[in-house]
Design a protein around this ligand. Sequence first.
Ligand SMILES: Nc1nc2c(ncn2[C@@H]2O[C@H](COP(=O)(O)OP(=O)(O)O)[C@@H](O)[C@H]2O)c(=O)[nH]1
Ligand SMILES: [Mg+2]
Length: 647
Amino acid sequence: MGTAGHVDHGKTALIRMLTGIDCDTHKEEKERGITINLGFAHLELDDDFSIGIVDVPGHKDFVKTMVAGAYGIDFVLLVIAADSGIMPQTKEHFNILKMLGIRHGLVALNKCDLVDDETAELARLEIMEFLEGSPLEHAPVVPVSSITGQGIDLLKEEIKQIAASIPEKKLSSVFRMYIDRIFNIRGIGIVVTGSVLGGKINVGRELYLMPGNFDALKIKNIERHGQPVDSVMSGDRAAINLSGLKYEDFQRGMLLADKPLKEISMIDALIEFFPGIQRIEIWSQMIFHTGTFSSVARIHLLNKDELSGGDSAIAQIHLEKPAILLNNDRFILRNSSSDLTIGGGQIIDNHPLHHKRRTEKLRFSLEKLTNAITDYENQAALILLEIEKANKPVTPLQIAETLGKQLHEIEKTIQGENFPAHHYFFENKLFLASETYVNHLKNKIFLALKDWHEQNPLKETGPEAKELAGKVKLQQGFELFVLQKTLEEMIAAKDLKKTGSAFSLKDHKVKLDRKMHEQITWLEEIIHSANIQRTSLNEIEASAKLNEIRRGQLIMYLQYLTANGKIYFNGEEAIHASVVDGIRNKLLNKLVETPRGINEKEFRMLVDGTKRAIQALINIFTQEGIIEKQTFYLYITDKGREYLTNK
Ligand SMILES: Nc1nc2c(ncn2[C@@H]2O[C@H](COP(=O)(O)OP(=O)(O)O)[C@@H](O)[C@H]2O)c(=O)[nH]1
Ligand SMILES: [Mg+2]
């Protein structure tokens, strides 16, 4: 429970009356008679039911401290003095509480000993009107006196009922606690205190201090309300005895968490201004407060040009200091001279892209995100947005880390029946990718193939997976795996076809225009008439030039003719298929007649070709398996005999 209300309305006195604990412990507080620092007390309601209390300062100069105190509370005790009624900080504190999402509490109408019944009743009516339409609309208003003790028992009873009815916080299961006090106790060491914002932690476990790059800290002891305990959880006040760092390393505003969290300096948030606040324009400077952390911040409105009191907008906030923030975290904004609370908000994205330009698309996606994040039940939507933003396959652990959630929460959601993301299992690990990412990849593959076909218009089939991988830049390990999976999907969907190990677009066809057709026919004729005398690429190129066929084009034509079985081309020699057919017969017949085999020279005499052409022919026939070469001599194989008989 946290106190709230205008200075001097009796918050500290009321806590003293309720608990016997004086929260104004500092010398300056005693001298000035006001609360400057946060005060801490606890109220024993039953044997096993006690609540922690944070007493906040009411003075307008210490609103920053009030925000820090109010940040971790579950419900508020709003103190209003019957002799003065609603005052400026009553309103300011109340606005802050609303902005921090505190929806439970009660009102103590204090100093009733100073007023008559009629005045007390008027004050009560004023309060009812003030609460109308707020989360505390139906909250009890209890008349009390912190001096005479009037109404204190009833107040305790109401507090007990409210405390019992508060639902457990479930915004985040990561253990987090902002540090509000640091002690160095002789013989014990460092003890820090704070309100636990989420999760649970045990003695013996480790905590991380942030921001900063510190090693894990061992928890030696934990106290709750002055008593040693084994663990503390969300909503508790805690004093934690840590080992591993020096006193100077700890600062107010730092955060302890049970796992390292990323430092950030830019967030997207839904912000709201309190009624009556002057409007601000797209860019403006403010002070950002969350927990005990505060920083100068620049606010960039994203979906509006200006924002007036009572209105809300989505903004990108640039923080001057590194912060540890999670989605859903609430914050308060004060003006840059820090004498006015302007409003506050809730983080919708703790690691956004830098939105330099405010496009319609950005606005749409931010509004979608805002809806998902302000709806806590909608975890699936949140995870999906995260996967989408990652723009590559991510593991559930990575998602848990960026969202500040526990792994099992993420796993539970993504195992849901209709969770619409692509699943990849690679080396025993699950990766998830968004529909958008996969579509984008498919598009890249499509364009790469289209490009390839354009470069190679005469090729029936496209590139093999390895070449394609280079084009879409997914070349290794997991990336290559994703590419292969995506290719499989595209083949299954009949967007692609696979011929051997080559991929091509489903309706790719060799395109021959008239000129090409003529050139190819001409070229084939040239090769035919060259027989096995002028078979080299250089010779063919020299002839081709006469018909304005350049080298690149020539190679393409030669490959085309090869693919269509018109010629044999090994990259250097091109021989027409009908010439090869003739020679094949001639050679095989000769070999049948010559059991001792024939050597290369004899072969050459048989068909009269260049040395290189003869070599190419021997290669062709050996590859076909119809002849074999043994120490300078060629022999017919069984396959060769078979070939001859089948002819
Ligand atoms: N007569 C009377 N005085 C009170 C009561 N509660 C607090 N006070 C006095 O009001 C002054 C301010 O009280 P304090 O608890 O410091 O106010 P806070 O600023 O809200 O914490 C002190 O002098 C208290 O003794 C009350 O119920 N009746
Ligand atoms: Mg006080």
